[in-house]
Design a protein around this ligand. Structure first.
Ligand SMILES: Nc1nc2c(ncn2[C@@H]2O[C@H](COP(=O)(O)OP(=O)(O)OP(=O)(O)O)[C@@H](O)[C@H]2O)c(=O)[nH]1
Ligand SMILES: [Zn+2]
Length: 449
């Protein structure tokens, strides 16, 4: 019926209106999807959201609808691709608003949400999804990743020709006011269990609908395909260590925990050999729960000492990517030595190809400053986490350095989010918007150490 734009707190969405054959109007908010999307793009995140005046518009705590809607819009904005189908006529699981409020009145007297519907002569859930499927198909979304905890919704959409490649629950923390309702949805309506903590849900690829960790890491979902993160902790004046190489410690405890979370959310962490020589990091996940990533050392000149932690402790597999042809002494069973052709710099994209060929698609580039800078300059990083600590080092080992531009208007100014971790400030730069990267930055890749 209509196609327009809707600017919101999250993003400016495309908004498309439809009218069903009963005369009821429905809308779809979408972002970054089009009919001719190739098969290599991941299927869009889609929320089929049932209208709930009390939750969506009035902030009710009797249900989780409002928070789920906001988190869905937030995720679309952050991932740049997906849709919310706003299904009107679904109010009160399609019994209507006044009937839902009558059901609430029964629930105030201790009846659960299912029995309240039944007592009023309604089915427990009267929703149908034909119009939702029709709107998705009309907008070119035949394969979707469904943001829902409700297996019945997935079944209904599948029967209507929508291929649900994955169901990603949007989990809202139980509140005192809705704990019984949410528990009833699980025990009597087949909704997924949500007994895990926020971090455990993120590790399992689920998306908690609210909370600080969900806000920070919720869009790093495993199903989103290849992902390159980079992180660096530096002083306010841009150094990662003093001139003697002392790097203990620029940023604080909370930044260390953040770094360990990033490690737990990727398949592999990459460091330059110089960082191994100076800091001898273990590169494992210790500050939080989670699996250790594969540790990758880029070593063009073969300088990694044989007693380095990543070569001696068997806590996680290590890929030692070595240039040149100097012989390597005996190494632990957890270490695989990969010969890099030639002694030249290790081009970031070639490194990522090597990792991808081993099934390592989600990568964190962790240090040092030159390696992270090289990956950023090559346009190989999707997201950079740059933590600055309120300390002035004055001289020493430089942190992030990108190629300079004559004009500030040509400088790299990608979309950013910032949050405080203790005394430190994390600036999260979204480098995926390649149009924000001037082409001159793509050249000049230094030695990878
Ligand atoms: N009849 C009735 N409807 C309710 C009640 N609480 C919420 N609703 C309606 O339930 C609908 C949302 O359904 P839910 O079961 O919460 O969630 P879902 O959409 O099935 O599953 P998710 O996709 O995981 O959110 C909205 O239309 C609400 O108006 C209630 O106590 N009684
Ligand atoms: Zn609701």
């Amino acid at each position: 019926m209509a196609d327009t734009r809707l600017p919101t707190d999250h993003a400016t969405f495309r908004m498309t209106a439809y009218r069903d054959d009963t005369g009821m109007d429905h809308v779809v908010l979408s972002l970054g999807v089009s009919d001719d999307d190739g098969p290599d793009l991941p299927p869009p995140l889609v929320r089929v959201h049932s209208e709930c005046l009390t939750g969506d518009a009035l902030g009710s705590r009797r249900c989780d609808c409002g928070e789920q809607l906001q988190q869905a819009l937030h995720l679309l904005a952050r991932t740049g691709r997906g849709a919310v189908v706003y299904a009107r006529g679904h109010e009160g699981r399609a019994i209507g608003l006044a009937e839902k409020l009558r059901a609430y009145a029964l629930q105030d007297r201790g009846v659960d949400t299912v029995d309240a519907n039944l007592a009023l002569g309604h089915p427990a859930d009267a929703r149908t999804y034909d119009h939702c499927a029709a709107m998705l198909l009309d907008l070119g979304m035949r394969r979707v990743r469904l943001l829902s905890s409700n297996p019945a919704k997935e079944l209904a959409l599948s029967a209507l020709g929508i291929e649900v490649v994955e169901r990603v629950p949007l989990v809202v923390p139980d509140r005192e006011e809705n704990a019984f309702y949410l528990a009833t949805k699980r025990t009597r309506m087949g909704h997924d269990e949500a007994d895990q903590g926020e971090w455990e849900q993120l590790l399992a690829g689920r998306i908690p609908a609210s909370g600080e960790l969900a806000h920070r890491y919720g869009d790093l979902n495993r199903a989103d395909g290849p992902l390159v993160l980079a992180q660096l902790g530096q002083s306010l004046d841009g150094f990662i260590a003093s001139r003697t190489g002392d790097a203990a410690f620029v940023t604080g405890e909370q930044d260390r925990e953040h770094l360990h979370r990033l490690r737990a959310l990727v398949d592999a962490v990459v460091v330059g050999a110089a960082t191994v020589v100076c800091d001898d990091p273990r590169l494992t996940v210790r500050a939080v729960s989670g699996a250790h990533p594969v540790r990758v050392v880029l070593d063009p000149r073969g300088v990694t000492p044989a007693d380095a932690a990543v070569l001696t402790d068997g806590a996680a597999p290590t890929l030692w990517v070595r240039g040149g042809d100097t012989p390597v002494g005996p190494v632990g069973g957890h270490v695989e030595v990969v010969r890099w052709p030639g002694e030249g710099p290790m081009e970031p994209r070639a490194v990522l190809d090597l990792l991808a060929s081993r099934g390592l698609h989600r990568v964190l580039v962790e240090g040092g400053g030159r390696l992270v800078s090289a990956f950023v300059r090559a346009g190989a990083v999707d997201r950079l986490y740059l933590t600055t600590a309120p300390v002035l080092i004055g001289d020493g080992v430089p942190g992030l350095r990108v190629a300079g531009e004559d004009l500030l208007s040509d400088a790299l100014r990608p979309p950013a989010r910032r949050y405080q971790l203790g005394d430190d400030m994390v600036t999260e730069l979204d480098l995926r918007r390649r149009d924000a990267v001037p082409s001159t930055l793509a050249a000049d890749v230094p030695d990878a150490s």
